[in-house]
Structures are given as C-alpha cells and as structure tokens.
Design a protein around this ligand. Structure first.
Ligand code: PRX
Length: 650
C-alpha cells in the first residue's frame, strides 16, 4: 500500500490524530526542526532551556559526563524556591493565583504567588528555628493540603532536602524511609480526609518515629478534635502555633549549587528495600520547567490540573516544581474523585475553568465504568489539552477520554516517564506530533531513546525489546540515596552509559514507541509501582506464612492487580479469615495500595530444580493462559493443582 493511502486509512480508523492548524499556530513549540536541532546539539538545547530559570550565578559548563554520573550546569548556582515562587513577585505575577486548592469536604483556598511566598518564608523561618540546616533531610508525611507544597518549598528555600512519603503508606513504610534518609524532623497532620473518612496520619507517625532519630514532629491541624491525636510533650508541635510566631520578613533564598540535592523520593525496585531516588536542584528544575512549556504548552492564562498526589513524582513535578517555576496557576484537590459523588472531578473542571488536565489511565478506565453521561453532564469547554501518565493507555480508554472529556477537540499527550527521569521523556509535543491512541509517540527534544535487544543492538520495527535512554539528560536521577552501587547496577549495569528504565517497548513502522510494561519484578497497580519482593516480604513477616510468591496479573481497571501464592507453616489451617488477615497484614506493612487482590494457598510453589520460584507460570495461571514450558519444574504436579484451585476461585 502506498504511504499516503496507509496514512489515510489510519486517519479514517482513528488510529492517528493530527495536530490542528489552530493548535499548532498558538503552540509554544511549533518549529518542527526543533527535534533535529536538539538531537544534533542536545547540550546546547538544554543550555537554552536552562535560560528560562533565574540563576544566582550563571553556569559556564553544561555537562560533565563520567558515566553513569552526570553533572549538569555544575558551576551555576540558583535557588529552586526562588525560581518557583519569589521571582514571580517581580515579573508581573505577584497577584496571580499560584495554587487553587480544594478540600474534600468542599472548603477551598486560593494562594496568589505573593501569599504563597509569605507562607514559604514563614515556614523556612520555622524550620530554621527547629534546627534544620542546609543539606539536612526533612520527612513530610501529609495528604493533599497546601502545607505540603509550602513545606517542600520552605525546604528548598533554605537548602534542606525534603523526602515526601505518600500519605497512603503505612507507619512501617514511613519508618523505613525516615531511617534510610536519616531525618530528624517529620512534618505530618493530625489526619487527612479520604472519601469522607479519616486517614490517621499522626497515629501512623507516632508509631513510625519510635526508634528513629526524629527529634521534632510538626503537626498540621487539618481535622481538629475528631482526629483525636496525642501530642508528645517536647517532641510534637502544632504547625499553626509555630507559624503564628514566625516573622513575615522574607527569608533569603540559600544559593544552591546546581548539583545540590533538592529531594529524595522513594520508589519500589526489585528488592524488598525501596530506593531513595536522588534529584538535583538545577537539572531537575530545567527538566520540569521545559516540559511544562513543551509537552503541556503552558500559557499564562491556563489553569493546570494534575490529579496525582504530591506524594508521587508526578505530583512533585507537575503540581509543584514544573508549573510553579513556569508561573502557572495549578489546581490542587485533596480528596477522592467519587466524593461526595462521581461528578466531583468534572465539577472541579467546570468551577475553576481548568484548561489543561492531566490524569492516569486507571482513573479514565474507572470513569468509563461509571458511564460517559457523568462527564457529559458538565460544561468542559475550557479544556484545551489533556494528558495521561503512569501506565500504557489502552486505545479504548484513549478514545473515550478524547470523546467524552476532550469533546474531540483536545490533543492528548501520553507521557512516559519515571520517578528516576524527573520529567516526561517520551511524549508528543502537542503542536507538532500526530498522536496514536496507545502510543506515547516519541522522545521529547533533547532526549535520545532506543529499543534494543539483550546485546544492546537496536531492534527492527515491530520487534519487542528493552527501552533504553542513550544519553544523559538534566533531570536524571543522580544516585540512590546511600547506595551508589545499587544506582550503578540497577540502571547502568548492562550497557555502559546507557540508562535502562526496566520497561519493554516496541517501535512501529513510523518509529513510534509503544510501551509494553515492566520487564522486571515490579508491578504497576493503578499507576503505582510496587515491588513483588516488598509484598512477599510483608507476607512472610506474618507468623502463619512459610513462603510467598507474588505476581502482577492483568486487571481491567487497575492495569495490573496483585495475586499472591502463599504456603503456610506446618499445622496452620487455611481459611478465608486467614486470607483477610494476610491482606490486612500487607496493608499494615506497606499501605493500602499494596493489598493483594487475591491470595491463594499452595501446598508448594512451582520451583525449578535450583529452587527458583517460576513466577512466569504463576502469571500464566492467574491470567488463565495455557501453561508455558514446565519441563524445568522440580515437581510438575504443583502447577496443575494450583491451576485447578485458581479456576475454583472463580
Ligand atoms: O512502566 C512505566 C510506567 O510507570 C513506570 C514508572 O513509575 P513511577 O516511577 O512510579 O512513575 C510514574 C509516573 C511518572 C514506568 O517505568 N509508565 C509511566 N508512564 C507511562 C508508563 N507506561 C506506559 N505509558 C506511560 N505513559
């Protein structure tokens, strides 16, 4: 078939969407040559983007690359909080809304850049008063309330390193992260709202800090009496009481070296121990800021809403650092999409006139289940661009999003990236790139990716392989906190200087990238990364469990769901009560997002003769496929009985 004919078919079948002329005309990035230019001179491209930041001392070096360690803009200094807040007081945005916050019960607050600056100044004074110094780690365990970005920005202002722990994590997970980061200060709240109920943040924090080096716990009062918290004399202090007594005088932004650490954010890997991903100050901010202008085409009159939680990288980059460094107005919502009813998200878009909306495929699939009548009951005409992140989006969900939310007029940017990459890496620039439902399209300018085989050779179009990033980029992770060897081994262990994200992918005829999902022992549940080993460790921690194997299986809404196969100790009776207890144990050890969808008891787990658990076979069982090669099994009858048991369950 001739090229143009093939293209027409793709267009007709809704398998490709072109940017409209009008979108392209107004897009920040509308020069198609930008891709070639950036590919020819990536360092110059990034240096050009870095000029969008305000430098205390300009850089003269762009990149020092001693693989796998990169230094970007190494002799420059700047302050990230100055760039995200203070500079807007001098560039005409002083009284522009920075954060429009809406609480779950319906309360709301607007912070202009000026108001945000005052809060950040006071919070920075407060942290200093508590003894926090440049380079110290501050753990923040909050739900989606304004004090969360304020605390992060206050750390950035004085040069402390924040480490935000998602409010859904258990006290045990919080404790591990506090210990690993060696924090002396914890900022939390009495409790948080979720679907009308309370998340007992302070109670979890009390359990977590025991046996750690935490000296002070600062408690935001979000709920009040109903939270029923106990304050420990000498250790716990209320945020509002401290803030009240702080001077309103500006806090001088600490000049930071470009390479100084801005934050640590923990993410799951293939071992039981989460990795503290370390991000730099300048490089990270250059990546976050550039993608706001390029991928999200941010303009001064946009209202940008990213529905992620700030406890994850998506919220760090696209609620706090990216949009605020670009002087945007962001919407920040505290609660659940179905509280008090399933109209909440669309009502928020209508109420504030959201123009750019960024959410996860798992949420879109949930909205699909609830029915298109719900978004269709609202005036969403302010939307002009939409995005997705966190997992591959199935074409059906893409089309639904396009039709019922975007009303067939909004480009969709499917953004592939990771905690480690800092900002969107593979995504269309909406004024330039034709999109294909289900594909994140191609790498953004300045980023080089490839799909390779085991020997590092590029694969031919249509063939699957490993996604790799072949050149360093400004917002790449710098190391794993306290474990540089793990950093080197995990991400650069296979091919020197080539970053391995852990995802499979294939390229189509037009070199579009289709992400196939993780190729390691990491499960992606509703866009959240969970290591199989973490869940296995939580299960074997229960006194009834002898052994556990955990896999991710395909799930209609969540993308993947956790299935656990468990062998109990001698003499233990298996029962549905025990299943419930084990699920609860995982929630207690990790958090609700790691709760197994199902637990099956196995007399024995399928193992090779060298005692390696064959997870591949367990996945076949859980996804109802014919079993793959079983010849290496020590005892082939084990899988047959598991298979029967799995079928019985349904
Ligand atoms: O497997 C990829 C998937 O999410 C992983 C990164 O997870 P995390 O560090 O928690 O960050 C999530 C949000 C940035 C990746 O290795 N992933 C993320 N975005 C996409 C995706 N898979 C396919 N398409 C995407 N757009």
């Amino acid at each position: 078939m001739a090229e143009s004919e093939r293209f027409d078919t793709l267009l007709k079948e809704n398998r490709i969407f072109l940017p409209t002329k009008s979108f392209r005309a107004q897009a920040n990035f509308n020069d198609v040559h930008i891709y070639e230019k950036a590919a020819e001179h990536p360092e110059e491209y990034w240096a050009e983007q870095a000029k969008h930041l305000s430098w205390e001392h300009p850089f003269s070096k762009i990149l020092e690359w001693d693989a796998p360690h990169a230094k970007w803009f190494a002799d420059g200094t700047l302050n990230v909080a100055y760039n995200t807040v203070d500079r807007h007081l001098e560039n005409g945005r002083k009284n522009k809304a920075a954060i429009i916050w809406e609480g779950e019960p319906g309360d709301s607050k607007v912070f202009t850049y000026d108001m945000l600056a005052r809060e950040v100044n006071k919070a920075a004074h407060m942290l200093v008063e508590l003894g926090v110094k440049k380079g110290d780690r501050v753990t923040i365990y909050l739900s989606m309330i304004p004090e969360l970005p304020i605390a992060m920005l206050a750390c950035a202002k004085l040069g402390a390193i924040h480490t935000v722990v998602f409010g859904g994590f258990s006290s045990a997970s919080l404790k591990d992260r506090i210990i690993d980061a060696d924090s002396k200060i914890l900022i939390t709240a009495d409790a948080g709202w979720r679907r009308g109920g309370l998340i007992p943040l302070k109670q979890n924090a009390d359990q977590a800090v025991d046996g750690t080096e935490i000296e002070k716990v600062v408690v935001v009062q979000r709920i009040g009496e109903a939270a029923n918290v106990t304050m420990t004399e000498g250790r716990d202090i209320y945020w509002h009481e401290l803030m009240e007594s702080m001077p309103t005088t500006p806090f001088a932004p600490e000049p930071m070296n470009a390479e100084d650490t801005l934050f640590i954010l923990y993410t799951s890997g293939t071992t039981g121990k989460p990795k503290g991903i370390v991000h730099s100050s300048a490089g990270y901010l250059v990546g976050a800021n550039t993608s706001m202008r390029s991928v999200f085409d941010m303009k001064d009159d946009d209202i940008f809403w990213c529905t992620a939680d700030i406890g994850w990288i998506t919220g760090h980059t696209y609620i706090v650092y990216g949009p605020l460094s670009a002087g945007a107005t962001v919407v920040m919502y505290e609660g659940a999409p179905d509280w008090p009813d399933r109209h909440r998200f669309w009502r928020i878009i209508e109420k504030y006139g959201v123009s750019i909306f960024y959410t996860a495929p798992t949420s879109i699939r949930t909205f699909m289940k609830w029915g298109h009548e719900i978004p269709m009951a609202h005036d969403l005409s302010t939307l002009r661009l939409m995005g997705t992140v966190g997992e591959p989006i199935n074409p059906e969900a893409w089309m639904w999003y396009h039709q019922y939310v975007g009303r067939e007029k909004c480009p969709i940017v499917d953004t592939w990236w990771q905690t480690e990459t800092g900002c969107a890496m593979i995504a269309p620039l909406p004024g330039l790139v034709a999109t294909k439902p289900g594909s994140a399209t191609k790498a953004v300018p300045g980023i080089s990716v490839d799909v390779v085989d085991q020997d590092g050779q590029s694969v031919a179009p249509g063939q699957g392989g490993y996604l790799v990033i072949t050149k360093p980029w400004p917002s790449m992770l710098r190391t794993v906190w306290g474990d540089d060897e793990r950093f080197q081994k995990t991400y650069f262990g296979q091919l020197r200087g080539i970053y391995l994200p852990g995802d499979g992918a294939h390229l189509d005829e037009e070199k579009y990238i289709w992400i196939l999902g993780r190729i390691d022992d990491v499960i992606n549940v509703s866009g959240h990364r969970i290591g199989t080993m973490e869940v296995e460790s939580a299960l074997v921690d229960h006194p009834a469990v002898a052994e556990a194997a955990v896999i991710g299986r395909a799930h209609e809404v969540k993308g993947q769901a956790i299935t656990a196969f468990v062998t109990v100790k001698e003499g233990i009776e298996t029962s549905t009560d025990l299943i419930a207890e084990l699920k609860q144990h995982v929630v207690k050890k990790i958090g609700a997002m790691a709760r197994p969808e199902e637990i099956l008891f196995a007399a024995e787990l399928p193992k090779t003769r060298s005692a390696k658990i064959m997870r591949r076979l367990l996945r076949d069982i859980a996804e109802g496929r014919a079993l793959g090669d079983t010849t290496t099994l020590a005892d082939p009858s084990v899988v047959e009985s598991l298979k029967l048991q799995y079928q019985d369950k349904e």
